[in-house]
Design a protein around this ligand. Structure first.
Ligand code: ZN
Length: 265
């Protein structure tokens, strides 16, 4: 009975916003004992029991065009489509002038970056059946947020990839802690991201920590909420020590701020 009461408890959701880079919670009508399966663009979507209903917790890609999106839901042997609208969102623009050598990569580095991009992508697409104990995350390190998700960056007038995570400024060596329990999906030392840890919290909630000076975990390790996974550093392509913190839902990078408590003034 206790377990049933727990399962039926209201779910602590991230902040929801039906915009590119946001998260939307969509009710699904299905019996309590028949968990629906939902996908967006072919990627499995988190489905959770919330009180007396099922909710799909959907991450919206940053490059989604405003307009209708379709969640495909399978339940009781049938497939149905649930449409939802994505509104526009304008993220901030940053224009930087840098030495040309810092913009254009050598052929060798371009090849390395492409291999790494695919490895990281594969880890971020993890979907395990475990249910995250919470969808409200603790900040992985204390410090001011020095760059926001979605920032549209231009180097010497050329558009680069928008910022896929949040930067938190902290001194090299400051411990980085798991914001929720999870399993280490991958670790690596990457050209752009430097020393990196990727945690799988279950049901498609995956978090990423980059530019670390030190990695304290290895793939397959189980980590508890608050456990140290590494330390802040300046590895990879960075101008100074900070933590790049990424949050992925259904294989798409969404705004980490939606999962964190508001920044302290
Ligand atoms: Zn960053």
């Amino acid at each position: 009975l206790a377990a049933i009461a727990l399962a039926a408890a209201a779910l602590a959701l991230p902040e929801t916003a039906a915009v590119p880079g946001g998260v939307v919670a969509i009710p699904i009508d299905a019996p309590a004992d028949a968990r629906p399966v939902a996908t967006l663009d072919g990627a499995r979507v988190m489905v959770r029991r919330d009180g007396d209903r099922w909710l799909a917790i959907v991450g919206i890609p940053l490059d989604a065009e405003p307009g209708p999106q379709t969640l495909v839901v399978g339940r009781a042997g049938r497939t149905e489509k649930i449409s939802f609208d994505v509104g526009p969102k304008s993220y901030a623009v940053q224009k930087l002038t840098v030495a040309p050598g810092q913009v254009n990569l050598s052929k060798e580095n371009l090849e390395r970056v492409e291999v790494e991009r695919q490895e990281i992508r594969a880890a971020l697409k993890a979907f395990s059946d475990r249910e995250p104990e919470t969808l409200r995350l603790a900040p992985p390190v204390a410090g001011p947020r020095s760059s926001s998700y979605g920032l549209r960056r231009f180097f010497n007038g050329e558009a680069r990839n928008p910022h896929s995570g949040m930067d938190i400024a902290a001194a090299t060596g400051t411990p980085v802690t798991a914001p929720a329990a999870g399993t280490v999906a991958d670790v690596g030392d990457y050209f752009f991201n430097g020393n990196t840890v990727i945690l799988d919290h279950g049901s498609g909630l995956v978090t990423m920590y980059c530019h670390l000076s030190r990695i304290d975990v290895k793939p397959g390790d189980a980590v508890a909420a608050g456990e140290a996974i590494g330390a802040v550093g300046a590895t990879g392509r960075v101008t100074g020590p900070h933590l790049h913190f990424g949050v992925t839902l259904n294989g798409t990078m969404v705004d980490p701020a939606l999962f964190l408590p508001p920044e302290a003034p």
